[in-house]
Design a binder for this molecule. Structure first.
Ligand SMILES: [Zn+2]
Length: 145
């Protein structure tokens, strides 16, 4: 029986640790660039809060767009965002539980791994227990029986 419940990966420790690391990197990046704006523009600093620092930098985008270091700022934020995205979608997509494996005597769960077209990895439905129990999208209709 096919069901679509749940999405995303579990929040096991390794992923959670990566998210904490990525969040710290984001905070550090925003803090560094906020401090640069405060120094050079002689304005009040934002609180050391991710949302406030992001809002602060956003308020100064016109000035930042003319700054000699803007490419570096964009690259650093892009890197941190990419890391966060990888933490949330390790294979560049989402995973959806679709039911139990249809292979005889297999008790594994089937997950649809929905991936970005740009990831270069095709979407598939795959059994958690046996790697060879997998179906590409053009065979998913066979799972509906
Ligand atoms: Zn299986």
């Amino acid at each position: 029986m096919i069901q679509t419940s749940g999405s995303g990966y579990s929040t096991g420790l390794p992923i959670r640790y990566q998210v904490i690391q990525a969040r710290a990197a984001l905070r550090s990046t925003l803090s560094t660039w906020s401090a640069m704006v405060v120094d050079e523009r002689r304005v009040q600093p934002p609180r050391h809060d991710i949302a406030e620092m992001a809002y602060f930098l956003r308020r100064h985008t016109t000035w930042l767009s003319g700054h000699v270091a803007v490419a570096e700022l964009i690259q650093e934020i892009r890197d941190v965002v990419q890391t966060l995205r990888r933490c949330l979608q390790p294979e560049g997509g989402r995973r959806i539980h679709v039911g139990t494996c249809i292979k005889p005597e297999c008790t594994g769960n089937l997950y649809a791994h929905m991936r970005d077209q740009n990831s270069g990895i095709p979407s598939e439905v795959r059994c958690e227990l046996t790697r060879t129990h997998s179906w590409p999208p053009h065979e998913w209709h066979s799972l509906l029986q």
